[in-house]
Design a protein around this ligand. Structure first.
Ligand code: ADP
Length: 480
């Protein structure tokens, strides 16, 4: 008898490379591929955003006019499919006018999203998306054993399984696993917004009461994971729980931390065609070619002997941008390269720093995958001074490219950076970052052997998804 594969649908707002803003996209672009290699049938579903490059990804229309039944009306959607030529991964895209804008989150437009809810304006969009996912899977007859849900954008699925679809045979045995990539983004809104999109079952909620999508998801999911063991531990404390301590406490026994990997083929200095010159740990002289080419491209003085310190990030409260101070830029002997976009306050701060020190700091505001790879390859040091960090991928990517990370000891940064591969500081203040970066620079300039060791140790680390994928499979099996 042929054993039936476990069917898993990854429901998410991003998937790299089709639609990405940050690390969530990278995870959804990589983990399902790894799970498929381990003999599961895993597919991904996302909204068909206006920013998806149709020419590049060649989506095929597979179902037209699928009806999505909302409480008071019916909407029609089209379902498209992209099949990765390299991995065979299937990504479904849901087409509806709600997704037509060339953005994923409205904060990309406003550039000053609120601290604890990156997407409160996106509520209708993502709740409709969840409704559409339920209709789509039935229409294409992909019956999931597991809904692998990601962040608040997908939590309405849990709601739907308990209400509109509670007696639907198709979904009767489906289980839910919710992965929290970032607790700070919760999807909080007034119930009245929901009226036309979702019926919530409780009787004691009034229309002007706040609904917290992520909190409801945490309470309702069959199991919960977050993206590193230390973050799983930290979020149980008041400081890191983003207001959800009591909710998380109720699910303490069902929460597990599984550290993220990266797509080691997409991020591979020995075959990366986005960088200036490929290299590996035995040809690190070619990394220097990447460095001087980067300096030249960015109008910094090309000099292989000066340390290039980099930072690639969403420019938001979480990421500790203010720890990169004027004193640091002024007094340390290095060049800073910063790529990012986000909240205006941080963009303005960095613009000012660049104005004051144009020879020492180059800022590129925007999202640029190609430039990001060039920076990972060309820099010597990579900063991750986060206030909190669920996992963090940039420190992993930088180590893969022989670029030594300097990180704050928090969340996934604690789990992935030790003294054999990088530098860290404990308390969230500029003195901490200054001290750790100074120490790194001292070794960079004065102890080439130790520096090389740090680089090679980082490059030797296994950041593939293999180990973590097997942990997810064990969890799926526990659920079934
Ligand atoms: P988060 O998910 O909180 O944004 P992560 O470190 O988990 O942070 O992942 C960030 C991902 O997004 C990395 O792949 C990083 O290289 C990428 N990234 C962030 N900002 C930019 C940018 N401005 N341009 C290109 N890539 C970016």
């Amino acid at each position: 008898m042929i054993k039936k594969k476990i069917n898993v649908i990854f429901v998410a707002s991003e998937v790299t490379p089709v639609a990405k803003v940050g690390g969530l996209g990278d995870v959804i672009g990589a983990l399902p591929k790894e799970l498929n290699k381990l003999d599961l049938d895993v597919r991904v579903i996302i909204p068909f955003y206006g920013l998806v490059d149709r020419k590049k990804y060649q989506p095929k229309l597979i179902k037209k006019n699928v009806a999505v039944n909302l409480p008071n009306k019916t909407e029609l959607i089209n379902v498209w499919q992209i099949t990765s030529s390299e991995s065979g991964l299937i990504v479904y895209l849901i087409e509806h006018e709600l997704f037509n804008e060339k953005i994923i989150y409205s904060s990309q437009l406003k550039k000053m999203g609120q601290r604890f809810s990156r997407g409160s304006a996106d509520i209708s969009k993502f709740i409709f998306y969840c409704q559409a996912v339920m209709a789509t899977l039935k229409a294409i007859e992909f019956k999931p054993d597991i809904f692998h849900l990601n962040d608040w954008h997908t939590c309405a699925i849990i709601e739907l399984l308990k209400t509109s679809y509670a007696h639907d045979k198709f979904y009767q045995d489906a289980k839910t696993l919710l992965t929290i990539h970032n607790l700070a983004s919760q999807g909080i809104f007034k119930l009245e917004i929901l009226n036309n999109l979702l019926s919530i079952k409780e009787d004691n909620i009034s229309n002007d009461q706040n609904i917290n999508m992520l909190a409801r998801g945490i309470l309702g999911a069959d199991k919960i994971t977050t993206v590193s063991p230390t973050y799983a531990h930290e979020i149980m404390t008041k400081r890191y729980s983003a207001g959800l301590q009591s909710v998380l406490e109720q699910r303490r026994l069902d929460i597990q931390g599984i550290v993220n990997g990266i797509d080691i083929n997409f991020y591979n200095p020995s075959s990366d065609n986005l960088i200036y010159k490929e290299y590996n740990k035995s040809s690190l002289e070619n990394k220097i070619i990447n460095k001087t080419a980067l300096q030249t491209e960015l109008n910094l003085t090309p000099d292989k002997n000066i340390a290039v310190v980099s930072f690639i990030s969403r420019l938001v409260h979480q990421k500790g941008i203010e720890l990169i101070t004027e004193t640091m830029v002024n007094s340390l002997n290095c060049q800073f390269v910063i790529l990012g976009s986000g909240e205006k306050i941080y963009e303005d701060y960095l613009v000012e720093l660049q104005k004051k020190y144009p020879k020492k700091l180059k800022l590129i505001i925007g999202f640029d995958e190609k430039l990001a790879h060039k920076i990972f390859a060309g820099a010597d040091i990579f900063l991750v001074p986060s206030r909190f960090e669920p996992c963090g991928l940039t420190q992993l990517i930088s180590m893969r490219y022989g670029t030594v990370p300097v990180v704050r000891q928090t969340g996934g940064l604690t789990d992935t950076v030790d003294k054999n591969v990088g530098f860290y500081f404990k308390y969230f203040n500029s003195r901490g970052l200054f001290g750790a970066l100074s120490k790194a620079l001292k070794i960079y300039y004065n102890d080439k052997d130790s520096w090389l060791k740090l680089q090679v140790n980082g490059m030797n680390k296994d950041f593939s998804w293999k180990k973590s994928a097997t942990k997810y499979i064990s969890l799926y099996k526990k659920l079934l």
